[in-house]
Write a protein that binds this ligand. Sequence first.
Ligand SMILES: [Zn+2]
Length: 149
Amino acid sequence: MLWIFASRPINGGIEIRRVGETRGFHPPYGWLCVGLILLLTNNHAAASIPCLPLPEIQQRLGQLARGWHSILAMETGYAPPPSYNVCQLKNGLPFADHQLKRIYIRGLASENDEITLAHEYLHLAFSHHPRGHDEVFIEAMARQLVRVQ
Ligand SMILES: [Zn+2]
């Protein structure tokens, strides 16, 4: 059994910790709770969070995405979403809802926020391809896009 816990620290980097990998390994109860909460957050809770629109950030993302298009067009699996919404995130980690085509983000005040916005946009733009679930690819591409703009 393999237990992996991933989180995005404030600096926008990715931290993936391999917690335990041996057969018969029993993680403490608290870890299981954290894992379950992450699972629920990723799969179910998103659909129930109402969208408080962030029209200025959505407009900015539209401009950025047009600029990124020529770079992304060369990437396997790229399929820009025809429509999507940028929504205010009240708490928790920024994320993209593939089904509802929504990006939940806190704001756009720093370069790290721009990387986060690009990161979540890329999850939507590659949502029909395995790369859309590859956090290392998504984060590296997000940083590349923000650097070249
Ligand atoms: Zn991600």
